[in-house]
Ligand binder design. Sequence first.
Ligand code: PLP
Length: 486
Amino acid sequence: MRPKRPTLFGSSPGAGQPFINGRPCGVARRSGIRFANSTGGSGIGGPMNQSATSAASRTGEVHQPGQPFVGYRSGILHIESLPLHALAEQYGTPLFVYSKAAMLAALGAYQRGFAGRNAQICYAMKANSSLGVLQVFAEAGCGFDIVSGGELQRVLAAGGRAETIIFSGVGKTRSEMHAALAAGIGCFNVESEAELDVLAATAEAMRLQAPVSIRVNPNIDPKTHPYISTGLKGNKFGVAHEDALRIYRHAASLKALRIVGIDCHIGSQITDSTPYLEAMERVLDLVDAIEAAGIVLAHIDFGGGLGIDYNGDQPPAADALWQRLLARIDARGYDDKKLMIEPGRSLVGNAGVCVTEVLYLKPGEQKNFCIVDAAMNDLPRPAMYQAFHAIVPLREAQTQREKTAYDVVGPVCESGDWLGHDRQLAVAAGDLLAVLSAGAYCMSMASNYNTRGRAAEVLVDGAVAYLIRQREDAADQMRGERLIQR
Ligand SMILES: Cc1ncc(COP(=O)(O)O)c(C=O)c1O
């Protein structure tokens, strides 16, 4: 959908600028389109009210993750206090929209779990690395888990503090190590012995000591998709459990390194507590052995990986999970250790939706296709992991029409370009749909395949919409390219 103007929100503001009723403004305030009070809702930033929830359930069988921050009010799908169709009219489609309150609520669950403890939550920014999202977490006191020099630059640009950054990843280059050491990051999570030696040499050349933690691979099956399992023997991540003590001894012999902790991450979209509890015991066994060898570990970093509800999944709540994990840590006598965690998906996944317009309905011999303007380049998870995203109409009235089973597909020239298979929808060309649970591993994995510009992104805080990323056009994509000069 091309953005229409003038609209409810007026002409397009600059990136990151709050914009209400056509006027840029410096502070968040209520706009004329606020909906909450007229229906007895809970106001800016608050959850949807009871009637909204029951309205949502009236839409039928379709599961709706993201509530209470994404839900129907009087038949119109809202994110916080704003109707999504108005944002689509203003900014065009495909459009990613995020709820700030949802992100802070997800973070709050971890903060409750760690109340009274010496702990640092490092947002794994690979899940969603847009500057406006990073800014929300930086302002909320988060540290960051990064995996590249580019991510380092993003965090610093968004106001993150270098000393709260941990640097993970199996293939850090010398120049990335140099940049991270120069910035003064808090810890390198080293993933191999070879990397340890290169880091020591880089730090020595800079006359610095690098703070290190070694990522151990506990060989625990997280029971998730094979592409997002990371803690099994066959995975490329971390060092083998049985090699860890020897590698710690080697690290301790290198003067340019300062050992600060131990790290582990077993996978992503984990919905069962058992693999976490098993991995924790394995890591604590290593802590016993490493400290018995005279090497003191100031922190234990337990990675991320907690799953979210995409399609009725029921992962443990972050605070409940951490109460159980902390009980294990305390029982083993490590209550004095600082705890670090690296959650990504669970902080942002259900805070975001992608709004897309139905372009064409195409009846087929075996299937009906609903062709939308979002595609695998915007939402890569279905093509990559056969992942499920709920797809719902922006107006409940759409659901009063007769439903038909459709494969929801994008315009990209690949048969793998699908967003949902066999979805019961009552749609017509021009209707708007929301792809739910689109806050994590969507925009950060988006590409320009088929020379499609990446979508715009809006962050909603109550009744205020902030454009945090402008839609990319072809000129943006060709910048940096050159014709052959003869
Ligand atoms: C080292 C590390 N930490 C944290 C994460 C974040 O995981 P999640 O988004 O599942 O919480 C990942 C993701 O794979 C990772 O590899």
